[in-house]
Every structure is written in structure tokens, then in C-alpha cells.
Design a protein around this ligand. Structure first.
Ligand SMILES: Nc1nc2c(c(=O)[nH]1)N[C@H]1C(S)=C(S)[C@@H](COP(=O)(O)O)O[C@H]1N2
Ligand SMILES: [Mo]
Length: 320
């Protein structure tokens, strides 16, 4: 057996503080092989359930000058309006009986053949890898998050879109009994939807996360499958996806349709374009402490070299 000493940023909170919030089958499966190292501290984790740890993709270690945000902030300070507009409530409300396993992902629109995929099966098929990405919310705060998952391009390949397909539209679950936000904030056009241009979606940075910090994605972070597009504002990284449709025209999305002057379809992180109500030039680093200085926001959230070519010739002030 291969023994791997986890970096301290890889340690799931469960290795430090036993807690009972994550008992589902998939949650246990990927606990980084920590059962061997911490047999008493990971409750309910049998040897049989331990799988090989997700391997860090060496191309995506923590970006230079950053430190991964502590697990307790990544999983305790969330935006998930289906549950609450408060930052701390999703952690509680998304773990009161909302079932994210089993889960079906449907793929339709301009594809050779519509698909219905069982998520557990899909995860088994995809070789999971870990990538540490910067994450920048449009509200001017940021984190650095070790995600586990697979490139979106791999799923697109499986989906076999037709030549007409130019965009992807993503849709989040909508179960009024499972989450209070649909009724509480009934002025939004639920379900939550998002979209990407095909070349953006096929870019190697576009990622589908099934976990973080080497363990199954907590419900509040968008279990069991959420998008991660690190060069765009966080609202593009749609959670708990139930459908992906391939379309010819730019799809409508919840935020863009609700407030097109505040939230663009592209939503590329851009310190030079202020939000209508605040500057985007600086950001608050979650976990750095209340008194820490804000740090400068980087063009394309630090991924300019990798993605700027996607927008060549476009006026980024207009297509914000
Ligand atoms: N379905 C859905 N996806 C969503 C949201 C949401 O409210 N519902 N919030 C978005 C916003 S604004 C952000 S910043 C990120 C937050 O992800 P996190 O809670 O995992 O940090 O999720 C995005 N995806
Ligand atoms: Mo956000």
C-alpha cells in the first residue's frame, strides 16, 4: 500500500474535528485514505471504503503567493440562494435531509443523442484529479480552493454535441421541498441557470467538481456536481447541476437576465470594470482576518495567460 502524507492544506476537517454532517456513501469514499493514518478520528470510515487519494494535477498547485483557504471557510461561508441569501445558513440548511445521492444528470439540446447519466457511474468512469484554483466572487471576496473532479471537456466529448452547438446551458436542481429559497426569494427566475460559450467550456481550465479537499463535495458547495470556471466571477460556477443543454444561441442565465447591467454573460474577472455598486479592483481574502488589507484583483483572476486569447477582438468593457 502506498502511504501518502497529506500536505496540511489537503487535510479534511474530519481529520481534525469529528463531525457527523457528511455520512452519505459517497462522502466517505474519498477521505484521502486517512483511515489508515487517523483510524479513530474519521468516524464511520471503514477500511473497505477507502479509495486511493485524488492525485494533485501538478499543473495546478496553489497559485504562487497563495495559500488554500481553510476547509472550514470553504464549506462554511457560501453563496447558495436556493437555501439562503445568508453566507452561513447554507451549511446548515443544505444538510437537513436534502438528498444529493442518487443523482441524475441529463444532457440534451443539440447533441447526437440525449443522455441520462447516473452520477455515481459517471464519477467512476472519470479519472478524478485535484486542482487548486483561485476563486473570486463578484462581491469582491476570494478564496483558494483545492477541487476534485474532471475537466468539463471530457463530459462534452461524451455528450457528442452537433456542429450547430455553440453554447452550453447549465441548470440547477429545483425541489421546493428540499430548499426554502425558491419560495422565500420568489422574485428570481428559478431554477438557477448559467451558460458558457463552447470554446470556454472546452478550455482545459473549465472543471466539473465532485469534491474538494479530497473528499466528496459538501451539499452547501453544490453536491454532487458543480461547475468551476476559475477566470470568471463565482456566480458562473453553478452548483448541483441536473441538466446541461447544448444550444445555438447564447442561453439566458439567472443573474444576467435579472440584472443585465450588473451581471454580464461573460463575467470574466476584470479589475478594470467596476460593478455598478462597487469597485472590482481589490478583493477581501476570506480567512485572512478582518483587519487584513484587501489584495489587488488580477485580470481573469490570474489566468490571463491561459484564457485571454478566447476574447481576442472583443470589447471587454461591453462584453463584461
Ligand atoms: N445553484 C447555485 N449555484 C451557485 C450559486 C447559487 O446561489 N446557486 N451561487 C454562486 C455564487 S454567487 C458563488 S460566489 C459560488 C459560491 O460557491 P461556494 O459556496 O462553493 O464558495 O457559487 C455560485 N453557484
Ligand atoms: Mo458570488
Amino acid at each position: 500500500m502506498q502511504v501518502k502524507i497529506p500536505e496540511d492544506w489537503e487535510l479534511p476537517e474530519s481529520a481534525v474535528t469529528p463531525e457527523g454532517g457528511y455520512r452519505s456513501r459517497r462522502s466517505i469514499v474519498k477521505a484521502l485514505g486517512l483511515a489508515a493514518a487517523f483510524p479513530v478520528l474519521v468516524p464511520g470510515l471503514s477500511q473497505a471504503a477507502v479509495k486511493a487519494p485524488t492525485k494533485l494535477n501538478k499543473k495546478y498547485p496553489p497559485p504562487k503567493g497563495t495559500k488554500p483557504t481553510h476547509f472550514k471557510y470553504v464549506t462554511g461561508y457560501n453563496n447558495f440562494y436556493e437555501f439562503s441569501m445568508d453566507k452561513f445558513e447554507p451549511r446548515i440548511l443544505a444538510n437537513r435531509g436534502w438528498k444529493t445521492d442518487p443523482w441524475t444528470l441529463e444532457i440534451g439540446g443539440l447533441v447526437e443523442k440525449p443522455l441520462k447519466l447516473d452520477l455515481e457511474q459517471l464519477v467512476k468512469e472519470m479519472a478524478l484529479e485535484q486542482r487548486v484554483y483561485r476563486f473570486r466572487c463578484v462581491e469582491a471576496w476570494s478564496m483558494v480552493i483545492p477541487w476534485d473532479g474532471f475537466p468539463l471537456a471530457k463530459l462534452i466529448k461524451k455528450a457528442k454535441p452537433t456542429a450547430k452547438a455553440k453554447y452550453l446551458k447549465f441548470t440547477t436542481f429545483m425541489d421546493k421541498k428540499a430548499a426554502p429559497g425558491f419560495d422565500r426569494y420568489d422574485y428570481y427566475d428559478w431554477p438557477y441557470t448559467e451558460g458558457l460559450r463552447m470554446d470556454e467550456a472546452n478550455h482545459e481550465l473549465s472543471f466539473l467538481a465532485t469534491g474538494l479537499y479530497g473528499r466528496t463535495l459538501p451539499n452547501q458547495n453544490g453536491a454532487p456536481l458543480r461547475l468551476v470556471v476559475p477566470w470568471k466571477y463565482g456566480f458562473k460556477s453553478i452548483k448541483s447541476i441536473v441538466r446541461i443543454d447544448f444550444t445555438e444561441k447564447q442561453p439566458g442565465t439567472l443573474w444576467h437576465d435579472a440584472m443585465p447591467k450588473e451581471y454580464g454573460f461573460y463575467a470574466n474577472v476584470n479589475p478594470a470594470v467596476a460593478h455598478l455598486r462597487w469597485t472590482q479592483a481589490r478583493e477581501r481574502v476570506i480567512g485572512a482576518g478582518a483587519l487584513a488589507d484587501r489584495i489587488p484583483t488580477l485580470a481573469f483572476n490570474g489566468y490571463e495567460k491561459e484564457v485571454a486569447h478566447l476574447y481576442e477582438g472583443m470589447d471587454l468593457k461591453k462584453h463584461f
